[in-house]
Write a protein that binds this ligand. Structure first.
Ligand code: PAF
Length: 301
């Protein structure tokens, strides 16, 4: 792999070549970083790349629309595939390498081994999208095996995915450190996501309701409410007031187990999954006890 901050970015298509490039970099004592993505890169992804560049060189960005994490009725066929413009964005940042394999390279005929994180993967997103997390953890483990990074970077917008990947890394004694990075938002608070591109203009305007619902819950907690059902009702009320939005779930869950909590006290998440037309969007707010002020909370929104 070329030295950091060289241009143009190198594109690798095969597992054998990627493994060899990584082996060489590690052999030279370099710190390899991986940013796994499905492409259609936006500022959220680019913030992960910048963070990786502060800590690693070379930085590999994988671009792979993973068929295994899409359900039969989901948007695999229409998911945006924009390798050329993605590569340009990465070259402008000075990323070192794009790993962009074909599906048959990752899942050759006869592929049979799947990785699942039990329990954690069956709630919330797992319940709404059966099989989704099995596809995510399997491809992430494969990418970690292929790229052998010291550090791998994931966004906190997909909070349950991030938690599952951390659990998998711990359970399987992986040598990669999983680094979770903040959500990047548009000016109106909408969390950046490749799926935002599906929204019609009126849906895009309405999509700011997710952030408003989280803000309403935060305000309620700042005023002293700790009862999870009350907080969920506050988020639901905000979502229900937006005619174009249909909530799939609005829940407060423990940050480790993703099981529902009755009271907000220890670290937890307020999690939203909301349909705007045919597009399903996720958002969340992390809630933690404020270390410096007992009884007070800290919000990561
Ligand atoms: O978050 C994503 O973009 C995907 O789920 C990931 C982690 C790249 C696996 O395909």
């Amino acid at each position: 792999m070329p030295a950091a901050h060289s241009s143009p970015v190198e594109t690798i298509r095969t597992i054998a070549w990627m493994k060899e490039a990584s082996r060489q970099a590690r052999g030279e004592g370099r710190i390899v970083g991986l940013v796994p993505t499905m492409g259609a890169l936006h500022e959220g992804h680019l913030s992960l790349v910048r963070r990786a560049q502060r800590e690693c060189a070379p930085v590999v960005v994988s671009i792979f629309v993973n068929p295994a994490q899409f359900g039969p009725k989901e948007d695999l066929a229409k998911y945006p595939r924009t390798l050329e413009s993605d590569t340009e964005k990465l070259a402008a940042l000075g990323a070192d390498c794009v790993f962009a394999p074909e599906p048959a390279e990752i899942y050759p005929a006869g592929f049979r081994t799947w990785v699942s994180v039990e329990g954690l993967s069956e709630r919330l997103e797992g319940r709404s999208r059966p099989g989704h997390f099995r596809g995510v953890t399997t491809v992430v483990l494969k990418l970690l095996q292929i790229v052998q990074p010291h550090f791998a970077y994931f966004g906190r917008k997909d909070a349950q995915q991030a938690r599952l990947i951390q659990q998998m890394a711990r359970d399987l004694n992986l040598d990669t450190e999983i680094v979770l990075c903040p959500i990047v938002r548009e000016a109106d608070g909408l969390a950046m996501s490749s799926r935002n591109a599906y929204l019609k203009p009126e849906e895009r305007r309405a999509a700011a309701v997710l952030h408003r619902a989280l803000q309403a819950a935060r305000k309620e907690m700042a005023a002293g409410t700790r009862d999870a059902l009350q907080l969920q009702a506050v988020m639901r009320r905000v979502l229900d007031a937006e005619p174009l939005a249909t909530a799939d779930y609005a829940e407060i869950v423990d940050a480790e187990t993703f099981e529902p909590v009755t009271r907000v006290g220890r670290a937890c998440y307020a999690l939203l999954a909301v349909f705007l037309g045919g597009t399903r969007l996720l958002d969340n707010m992390r809630i933690e006890p404020a270390a410096e002020e007992p009884g007070e909370l800290r919000f990561d929104l």
